[in-house]
Design a protein around this ligand. Sequence first.
Ligand code: TYM
Length: 341
Amino acid sequence: MTGSDFTPRVFSGIQPSGGLTLGNYLGALKRFVDMQDAATHECIYCMVDLHAVTVWQDPVALKASTREAAAAFMAAGIDPARSILFNQSQVPQHAQLAWVFNCVARMGWMGRMTQWKDKAGKNTENASLGLFAYPALMAADILVYHATHVPVGDDQKQHLELTRDIAAKFNHDFGVDFFPITEPVIEGPATRVMSLRDGTKKMSKSDPSDMSRINMSDDADTIAQKFRKARTDPEPLPDSYEGLKDRPEARNLVDIYAALSGRSTEDIMNEVAGWQWGQFKPHLAEAAVATLAPITDEMTRFMNDPAEIDRILGEGAGRAEEIAAPILTRTYDIMGMVASR
Ligand code: TYM
């Protein structure tokens, strides 16, 4: 069975642990808005707080950053009337289906996840059980809605392959065609925005250096300063995108510019071929500020009314649960659990 047999439905999520970065915006949020606006799929977007707590979160900070992430979604263009926007912990079926998938997925599958290895490091004995089982919860997020398409950045590719494996194993073990084999949607020039200090590392909110990333909440001066100090090489920009092959920092800045301006990388190279960094970097900063400043202003406006954010998330959770509840009940039924209460 393929996704095409199911209602076209998009699901994606972002961890509300700390502020969002330009990587989250270009690799995920902006594309969530594009998929909403295309109106070809029902869109469900979520702040995945149950994922965030797989590592320690300060409760007061988590509450604030969950509201801030919701504000960022809406400021970026997610319209809660057209998309379902909510908070993962408010829809209990995510955790319930995750338990089922903990029983379907194999320890070996989880142990091969590169994010588990990176995050747990050498001291796996001391990592939480939740961190190990994290991808089963992610599969549950997606499959509890029978989502067919999942827009994400490149770093989530392996988790989405595991989601497909879990769906296929469940279908096979119970002799059903119940869960869709979900399609990852990893497209565009910004599926992997890299650190501004090291072009081989992903831009990340957990990087100890704030200079390595642009935060969605950075002001114009900070953005300009971070790009000015971004690591590059001494060569000017080449005249084709191919010429950036072994220049990771240079390629990253060109990719960011292409994604911000919604143009192809070829088109960008036609514009900037032969430029020095002193010319390109302010140009890039200007494009970033033109995109982010209106979003940051909108975010501040939403953040001034936390009760309204909570109301929107509560309403979204109710709509999400209406889809998830019958799918979970049917899952239990397929497995032989007595469904009536
Ligand atoms: P998270 O919170 O780390 O990131 C959220 C989204 O942003 C993308 N992203 C990036 N894209 C390009 N360049 C970057 N530097 C960059 N950094 C982050 C991520 O790929 C992601 O799309 N496990 C997920 C959240 C999740 C989820 C899901 C996603 C939980 N359940 C179900 C999709 C479907 C995560 O930790 O993403």
